[in-house]
Design a protein around this ligand. Structure first.
Ligand code: PLP
Length: 385
């Protein structure tokens, strides 16, 4: 979250004064407007706003018909929610290495494909765009569904297309930590009509069936899904945040570029698949070894991604221990359909990822930093180097 204030307060007040806080058939239709505005901003065909980014990921997988007996490839470096979403759909996460860009390595992705691979989830971690051309080409060859996890990359782009719309579907998050925020919240976008229709039913299964005209033009048949419905207050905040998104990104990029330009001859930055589309929330320094990286981080108040807890696969405890559900019969890791998908999870299974994360340092970018503050940061980095 970067910029939130009076505009959001006014939006919330508007909804409360209307006394119409429910998404469906309400007076102000904040949620419906928010979905239209999200589609327009992202250049997406269909959009569904829901309670979280995780909900959007699960909804997309379920809506594509992915479940027990299927494997979904995820990068070894992402928030645990990505892998949990796969388990939430009943499928098995297959963990693949990242490369120096900190995002999914297309070569390792391809090497992990089996006849059971139904989807891949490239994650635009820290707003760094994945190599979508390579990932899409491999996925197409093997008939694999591409679900972009753009939860840390609201509004970013790859070769001029917004992240989340480069594959078959994309998930955004608006939780407290993301580029734009509604406190909690998320959205699914897709170009696939069937995925949209099934996700519509799945993410709001009781209300969609009983209220309003949401199923009027929908061919998909109702089934028992989940309840990830958004609400009017959240949607009203989202509309304000969406309108601010491009200014936030533009100031982040301006500030990141200013620092990078000042340091380009002194230090190596992690390579980017598209520096112009990068969300620029993070300066990423690439060192040759962990000792140098740690010394630099200490002097600059930087952070090594290896220390970011549940973003590193080796810390995904319930996944590593194959505890996929509370009820054993609902646990994908114990289902007989998944016996053929059994994975050799272990803390050392992705050594390339662990190596890269141990010699990289992140320093956050703030869109509201002044030139003075940026110059201070540059001086601090220079002295640390
Ligand atoms: C935040 C995040 C999610 C989940 O988003 P929620 O809205 O908290 O459910 C998923 N994937 C990544 C990479 C994230 O950073």
């Amino acid at each position: 979250m970067f910029r939130i204030g009076q505009d959001e307060i006014n939006a919330v007040a508007r909804v409360i004064e209307s006394r119409s806080l429910f998404k469906v058939n309400d007076a102000l239709q904040e949620s419906r407007h928010a979905e239209e505005e999200l589609k327009a901003k992202m250049g997406a065909d269909y959009a569904l706003i829901m309670t979280s980014g995780h909900a959007a990921l699960v909804s997309a997988l379920v809506a594509k018909g992915i479940g027990p007996g299927d494997e979904v490839i995820v990068p070894a470096y992402t928030y645990i929610a990505t892998a949990m979403a796969v388990v939430g759909a009943g499928a098995i996460p297959v963990i693949a290495e990242i490369n120096e860009t900190l995002t999914l390595d297309p070569i390792d992705f391809e090497s992990k494909i089996t006849p059971r691979t139904k989807a891949v989830i490239p994650v635009h971690i820290q707003g760094f765009p994945c190599d979508m051309d390579s990932i899409n080409a491999i996925a197409k060859k093997h008939n694999i569904f591409v679900l972009e996890d753009a939860c840390q990359a609201d509004g970013g782009s790859y070769k001029g297309k917004r992240l989340g719309t480069c594959g078959d579907a994309g998930a955004f998050s608006f939780n407290y930590f993301k580029i734009i925020s509604t406190g909690e919240g998320g959205a699914l976008v897709t170009s696939d009509r069937e995925v949209f229709e099934n996700a519509l039913i799945y993410h709001d299964s009781s209300a969609v069936v009983f209220f309003g005209d949401q199923l009027k033009d929908v061919d998909a048949k109702p089934f028992c899904g989940n309840e990830y419905r958004t609400n009017e207050i959240t949607s009203a905040i989202l509309r304000v945040q969406l309108a601010k998104l491009d200014d936030i990104l533009s100031d982040l990029r301006k500030n990141k570029k200013y620092v990078m330009d000042a340091l380009s001859s002194l230090v190596k930055f992690s390579p980017s698949n598209d520096i112009e589309g990068d969300c620029a929330t993070t300066l990423s320094f690439a060192f040759n070894d962990e000792t140098t990286a740690r010394a630099f981080a200490q002097k600059t108040e930087g952070l090594l991604p290896i220390d970011t807890g549940k973003h590193v696969y080796s810390n995904w405890t319930p996944i590593m221990e194959k505890k996929g559900a509370f009820h054993p019969a609902m646990d994908p890791f114990k289902m007989k359909e998944n016996a053929v998908c059994d994975q050799p999870y272990g803390k050392d299974m992705c050594p390339v990822t662990l190596d890269i994360l141990s010699r990289t340092v992140y320093i956050s970018v703030n869109p509201d930093h002044t030139k003075n503050q940026l110059d201070e940061l540059i001086a601090k980095i220079k002295s640390a180097l």
